[in-house]
Design a protein around this ligand. Sequence first.
Ligand SMILES: [Zn+2]
Length: 216
Amino acid sequence: MKILLFLFLVLNLYSLDIIDKPINFDQQRLNLSQRYIFEHYGLEPKDITIEPRIIVIHWTAENDFNKSFNHFKNSILAYDRIEIRKASALNVSAHFLIAREGTIYRLMPENHMARHVIGLNYSTIAIENVGGEKNLDNLTPLQFQANIQLINYLKKKFQNIQYLIGHHEYKNCQDLSLWLEKDKNYKTLKHDPGAKFMKALRDELPNFKSCSKTIQ
Ligand SMILES: [Zn+2]
């Protein structure tokens, strides 16, 4: 009986409630992803499998769950995303979406490339949080806890993950060998998820590296 209880505790430690809620990942999205890898990173892999090395935390800039999900659902980028549309018609996506009450949804395979951060898509896993409308930090304590659990789950699964960054910090990673973007002028200004949320995460997860232009 004691052994069973021990096994139960160990299994619980390694398991996490994740609900699969797939976005559209059809042949068109696969093709556009491969083209993105070629045009922006100069690579010609046979598929869009990545080896995760960095976790990037985002907010969706939208407080509604369904609107946030629909933002990622289609394979083709919406026409109003003028700023990034000239770089590729591939829609943005994320591996995970965390609802306001902390439920974790997996939107796509964890080791497929998502388009979510300039320069680093080929080595990153994206965690999106519903919230941050009008760039106000309103992420909830339940989302914070879910981020910590999910990051720990990912680190156990992909042991080469060393970095944890907020989307607003991505430009600090330009000196890493993992930065692959060929177009030096392709940059956008990001505010998510903000310094306060990242500091709180790092206080709980001190073993991850952050990017810094001066310290590598
Ligand atoms: Zn973002």
